[in-house]
Design a protein around this ligand. Structure first.
Ligand code: ACO
Length: 308
């Protein structure tokens, strides 16, 4: 099976930091409640006209610079997002212009909620097999705080803004994926044209702790490896308790899980990409390591990929 190699990554978050204490000034909540129930401490909020395109482009530039590639050899741009600056045109098309990429490319946005980065990797894998160009650029960029009701304590404490990017090429490195969808608007939804996030928090929690361990098991089995042979687990940063429960269920130590929910909150599609970027940057993930990336979200959607 043809796999993919992530040549380099990048990430970007808005400047403004919002603490749990800041949120306690706005709604009836506390640092203690948020920390204990979610593991979150900080998140970034886009302000002063910061756009989805700003974050997407910043993350993408970093990934392209680090990959050291000729950007004319990028043949596909996917932006996973549900919070583009426009309904149309796609953020991916704006990125093409902003970064001065070739016109001879395919570029589109992908809507898969928090599973966007994982669905994007799988989609890019297929696209690279059919394109003449060597590289694909995957970006996940979300400004979910645009769609958060800042008077609803049940959701406003959970989400942050951010973007992640990856330069990808086809490769014969190990690749195994399991994806799924069970159409259900009630887990988390944002109504058009200008609705706020509506979420079944407990339903999502139960779904995650019951289903994600099986999803991970299926992906690991498909890769021909064992849980122990996976060096790093990168799970969607929705709730620290969800990650801890999954770690326990699959019998793997928390040290193998990349966790940064305390700094960014839930950045939706960007969450696993930002975590991946951070762990590469700080040297935890090394070139030959095997990494599992897993996310779940609106749709319902879910996916797990073993890379390497
Ligand atoms: N501060 C203080 N109290 C709060 C807050 C808050 N921010 N939010 C809710 N509460 C209250 C509730 O009103 C409730 O009060 P009550 O008992 O008087 O009715 C109490 O806390 C308990 O509420 P629960 O919903 O039972 O709290 P729970 O422990 O389930 O935590 C949470 C809620 C954090 C949302 C959790 O269910 C969760 O993380 N679920 C997953 C959410 C998720 O992953 N969403 C995104 C998925 S898709 C995507 O990532 C885009």
């Amino acid at each position: 099976m043809t796999g993919i190699k992530i040549l380099a990554t990048g990430a970007a978050v808005p400047k403004a930091l919002v603490t749990n204490e800041d949120l306690a000034q706005i709604v009836d909540t506390s640092d203690e409640w948020i920390s204990k129930r979610t593991g979150m401490k900080l998140r970034h909020h886009a302000k002063d006209g910061e756009t989805n395109l700003d974050l997407a482009s910043q993350a993408a530039r970093q990934a392209i610079d680090r990959a050291g590639i000729d950007k004319d050899e990028i043949g596909a741009v996917i932006v996973a997002t549900v919070t583009g600056d426009y309904v149309t045109p796609a953020t991916a098309c704006l990125v093409q212009k902003e970064l001065g990429l070739s016109n001879d490319i395919i570029a589109f946005d992908l809507s898969a909620g928090c599973s966007g980065f994982v669905f994007g990797l799988e989609t890019m894998r297929g696209l690279l097999a059919t394109r003449d160009h060597k590289y694909g650029l995957l970006i996940a960029s979300e400004l979910l705080t645009r769609r958060v009701d800042m008077t609803d304590r049940g959701t406003c404490v959970l989400f942050g803004d951010g973007a992640a990017a990856a330069v990808i090429e086809s490769s014969n490195d190990g690749y195994a994926s399991v994806m799924g969808v069970d159409g259900n608007p009630d887990m988390i939804k944002i109504k058009s044209p200008d609705g706020y996030i509506e979420m079944d928090g407990q339903g999502t929690y139960k779904f995650a702790v019951a289903t994600v361990p099986e999803l991970i098991e299926d992906a690991v089995k498909k890769s021909g490896k064992t849980f122990d042979e996976i060096h790093h687990y990168i799970l969607h940063q929705a709730n620290l308790r969800i990650i801890e429960s999954i770690a326990k269920k699959i019998g793997q130590p928390m040290e193998k899980f990349i966790v940064n929910i305390d700094k960014y909150g839930n950045t939706s599609a960007a969450s696993v990409g930002i975590a991946l970027n951070e762990a590469i940057e700080d040297g935890r993930i090394k070139e030959k390591d095997t990494t599992l990336i897993c996310a779940f979200g609106a749709g319902k959607t879910w996916g797990a990929i073993v890379l390497g």
